[in-house]
Design a protein around this ligand. Structure first.
Ligand code: PAF
Length: 282
């Protein structure tokens, strides 16, 4: 495995990329496995980028305390059979004398749903910028992203399509701890107490996924979160593709949906989502 700080010929020629901000966990493990598998099939190198993108944080404090576990990250990539770890400095991603924002149109899913876009204004502009830049720097033929960040996945798909990139976006399922808590780098900042409380998020999502009427699913989630002492920023069931509210809430719906929650637990902001399968009802 090679660790590089500047893109080189092997990376820019073609690769299957997993963009990350480091502090890798089991969830990243599945993204990396998918990338290594795909890269072997394509006959190109697999690459993991590790770059904590300052432009996607809403608060400096959140950026400052983002966990750094480089030694563990490199060991994990090596064990997983990754060919290249790309660990660029800020000046490589955002050269002071270059406009790297041109050609980026922020898609509707990044601004319209009133979910992450509402609670983290500007976040997706930062994500789109860095991902677009990483795609350019790495010459990716495919890139793997986790379903836990469902709105991010939609943004990147839409952006990539708008840019006409010849690049496959591969989604990877959320990996959960035994308790049901979705794996996230932010879990490292949870106290034991907050970690136990945070399980309420996945519990509420899974409970809602067996309710067939969207508005009842939403009120069940709010009720369950409330009884766990969690006040969500949002706990909603939305069209899984556009993330817009279902036009016919409370009536029959056939579009694939997603139940999504964001909540602050013990000072740590967590997000999670599950598929919500619509079924016709009278
Ligand atoms: O999901 C993440 O870790 C980040 O948002 C990403 C895609 C690596 C961009 O910085």
């Amino acid at each position: 495995m090679r660790v590089i700080e500047e893109p080189d010929l092997e990376l820019t020629a073609r690769c299957v990329l997993v963009p990350t901000m480091g502090a890798l966990h089991g969830g990243h493990g599945t993204l990396i496995e998918a990338a290594v598998r795909r890269a072997k099939i394509e006959g190109v190198p697999s690459a993991v980028s590790i770059f904590v993108n300052p432009k996607q944080f809403n608060e400096q404090a959140d950026f400052d305390r983002y966990p750094n576990r480089m030694a563990d990250d490199l060991a994990m990539c090596r064990d997983a059979g990754v060919d290249i770890v790309f660990n660029p400095a800020v000046e490589v991603v955002y050269p002071p004398d270059e406009d790297v924002t041109s050609g980026i149109v922020i898609p509707e899913i990044a601004t319209e749903p009133g979910l992450e876009d509402l609670y983290r204004p500007g976040h997706f502009a930062g994500v789109c910028q860095v991902v677009s830049r990483l795609f350019d720097l790495c010459g990716a033929s495919a890139a793997v992203f986790g379903e836990k960040d469902w709105q991010q996945l939609g943004c990147i798909r839409a952006m990539s399509k708008q840019q006409g990139r010849d690049l496959a976006i591969i989604p990877a399922q959320t990996v959960r701890e035994e308790s049901g808590l979705a794996m996230s780098s932010r879990n490292l900042n949870l106290s034991d107490e907050a970690r136990a409380q945070a399980v309420g998020i996945s519990r509420a999502l899974f409970a809602a996924s067996s309710v067939r009427i969207p508005e009842q699913g939403e009120s069940l989630m709010r009720e369950m979160l409330g009884s766990d002492g969690i006040e969500p920023e949002y706990a909603v069931i939305r069209d899984s593709e556009t993330l817009m509210p279902l036009a016919d809430m409370g009536r029959e719906t056939h579009v694939p949906c997603r139940a999504l929650i964001a909540a602050n637990v013990g000072g740590v902001r967590l997000i999670d989502n599950v598929p919500w399968t619509p079924t016709a009802y009278a």
